[in-house]
Structures are given as structure tokens and as C-alpha cells.
Design a protein around this ligand. Sequence first.
Ligand SMILES: Nc1ncnc2c1[nH]c(=O)n2[C@H]1C[C@H](O)[C@@H](COP(=O)(O)OP(=O)(O)OP(=O)(O)O)O1
Length: 173
Amino acid sequence: MIEATLCFPLRNRSDDGTDEVLLIEKRRGLGEGWYNGPGGKRETGETFRECAARETREEVGLEVEPAALEKAGELTFLLDGEGHTNCHVYRTRSFTGEPTASDEARPEWVSVDEVPYDQMWDDDSRWLPGVLEGRTVRGEFRFAGGEPLDEAAFVDHDLEWDVSLESGRDGSP
Ligand SMILES: Nc1ncnc2c1[nH]c(=O)n2[C@H]1C[C@H](O)[C@@H](COP(=O)(O)OP(=O)(O)OP(=O)(O)O)O1
């Protein structure tokens, strides 16, 4: 099973108070052409928080302290009945730097009320609105149709809201 992370930096615009989330337009790999949060696969020896912070730095140039990430979700994606990816979801209002494009990602601040769910993974519209409202979620999402995951069809899902995520599946929140 692939172990991966997603990170959603949030800010409140000082001019009109709009709450915004930093999304990326993925430029390559899984989910290419779609919006998502910065994130990616965990490397050997990393905690999930370290992975989310590293991917955010590598993809959009924002510096985030692993300890300043708030755990918001644990998502399992299954493909044709088999576990494919475990994804650990974080959000944070604490970061430094300005978002900068990389080979992997084009960053864009988007109002939390205008997230482009029609240009994202089909499952995102089920769980991301609650995460952006500050809730916690545990979910299982089933896809069918063979690899790659981003060409498979989203079939159905189960969600549990307002869960305790203090201890993740590997013991690292
Ligand atoms: N179904 C679904 N919805 C929302 N987000 C995702 C999925 N499936 C996924 O895999 N993801 C997320 C999880 C990860 O954050 C990315 C995929 O990571 P990927 O680009 O493969 O990982 P990197 O480590 O950045 O890639 P390379 O460096 O190996 O190119 O999508």
C-alpha cells in the first residue's frame, strides 16, 4: 500500500476576510491536470508530518513546521477491492514564504467557497469541504477499472466525521 500525504495551507485575506486554501494544479504524475493540495508519497524514515512538510516545500516552496500541521483526515483509496493508497491529510495556518511554481505543481490561492471540485479527484468533494471547515474525517473510497488510479472510476465510499486522529495507523499522528 502506498503511504501518502496531503497538506492544505489556509489563510484569511486581510482585505476582505475571505478564507482561502492553497491548492496546486498538478503538473505531472498521478492526478496530472487536476487540483489538489500539495502532497505526495512518504519516503523511508519520514513521519507523515515530515512528509507533508517536505512535499509542501518541494512543490510550492512554503515552509511548514511538521508540528504545526493539524491532522484532519485519514483516507484509504481502494482499487478493484485492494488497498492502493493510505493518505494522511493535514491543514495549517502556520507557514512562511510565498507559493512558487515548481516542475510538479502550480500553486493557487482559492476561496474555500470556490474550490474547483469539478477539476479534482471525484472523491475530494465528499471530504474536503468538511476538512476546510475544521472537521476531522476518516474515509474509505473505492475505485474500479485497473491502474492507474486516476483513470479508474470512483464507485462508492464510507465516511466517518469528527473522529479522533490523535494516533494514526502507524502510531504517528
Ligand atoms: N483519490 C484521491 N483523491 C485525492 N488525492 C489523492 C487520491 N489518490 C491519491 O494518490 N491522492 C493524492 C495523494 C498524494 O498526495 C498525491 C499523489 O502523490 P504522487 O504525486 O504520486 O507522489 P509524489 O511523491 O509527489 O510523486 P513523485 O515524486 O513520485 O512523482 O495524490
